[in-house]
Design a protein around this ligand. Structure first.
Ligand code: C2E
Ligand code: CA
Ligand code: CA
Ligand code: CA
Length: 279
């Protein structure tokens, strides 16, 4: 039988029709992907500024489709949300990330990343089992709550009472919350003090424009100043050049992440990367 749900559109033209059947097919594949072990998690290091000491790592999910090859999380996370698979997928990423963290502690000892960050979408924060899933993942990996950072986007911040209470529960457990993609949504500097987060990640679209747009540079400076006043940590994402790292450091940003430092890597490759730079 044909699946319905999100794909119940009126089809206007052939291009749209193929797009719709495409996403229905992808949705069906997604159902099997976790069981078929097509999903994996890679880790991108975060470093301190200005010294580049290891400051953490962010878990990023990957889907290697047997026919299509790599499918971007930008495409399949929304799909997982619309077809009820996001809780299972999120739990997989959480458990993988916590296990990778434990493994790195074991292998690297004091050289291991001090924390692992995991992304949570809005739909995940509305899942009733989330807080328990987080607690289970921590316990399975013998982790302390402060060793986990949960990254949430600013669009989900205000208004929603369910999301707010989940964020408060996670905070009360001692887990750090980071506001992802800052600068891209509708909330702003003016609302930063209302959000229950410990740190702010400046979106890479801003970092990209740092040396091309005066407006973006000033906005980053203002963000860093407000964050410092509120005693929030600051991370610049999407650092692709040394110049960007130096500029962010000069403006007082505390941490950096991006291809110039390292691409997201499978856990074993990140271990080697850390060992190689410790020499
Ligand atoms: P994000 O959380 O903002 O993650 C940063 C994205 O930027 C990642 O893309 C990363 O690979 C990429 N990136 C890192 N450094 C650079 C750089 O220097 N230059 C450029 N151009 N890109 C860089 P990725 O892994 O494709 O993930 C895209 C988005 O998908 C993430 O954006 C996040 O919103 C979502 N996502 C990824 N993994 C998960 C997950 O496990 N759960 C949830 N809920 N969302 C996830
Ligand atoms: Ca993120
Ligand atoms: Ca981000
Ligand atoms: Ca982003």
């Amino acid at each position: 039988a044909k699946r319905t749900g999100r794909a119940r559109y009126v089809v206007f033209d052939p291009a749209m029709r193929s797009q719709v059947s495409n996403s229905v097919a992808l949705e069906n594949d997604l159902r099997d992907a976790l069981a078929q072990r097509e999903m994996s998690v890679v880790y991108q290091p975060l470093v301190d500024l200005p010294g580049y000491g290891l400051a953490g790592m962010e878990a990023l999910v990957r889907w290697h489709h047997p026919v299509r090859g790599a499918v971007s999380p930008v495409d399949f996370i929304p799909l997982a949300e619309s077809c009820g698979l996001i809780a299972a997928l999120g739990q997989f990423v959480l458990q993988e990330a916590c296990q990778a963290f434990e493994k790195m502690q074991r292998v690297l000892g004091p050289e291991a990343p001090p924390s692992v960050s995991v992304n949570l979408s809005r739909a995940q924060l509305r899942e009733p089992g989330l807080v328990d899933a987080v607690r289970d993942a921590l316990r399975l990996a013998n982790m302390e709550p402060f060793q986990l950072v949960l990254e949430v986007t600013e669009s989900l911040a205000a208004q929603d009472a369910l999301v707010q209470s989940t964020l408060q529960d996670l905070r009360a457990m001692g887990i750090a919350l980071s506001l992802d993609d800052f600068g891209t949504g509708y909330s702003s500097l003016a609302c930063l003090h209302e959000l229950p987060v410990h740190s702010v990640k400046i979106d890479r679209s801003f970092v990209n424009l740092l040396d091309k747009s005066e407006y973006h540079r000033v906005l980053i400076e203002a963000t860093l100043r407000v964050a410092a006043t509120l005693k929030l940590g600051t991370v610049a994402e999407g650092i692709e050049t040394e110049a960007q790292a130096l500029q962010m450091a000069a403006m007082g940003c505390q941490k950096a992440q991006g291809y110039w430092i390292a691409k997201p890597l499978p856990v074993n490759e990140l271990v080697s990367w850390i060992q190689a730079r410790a020499i």
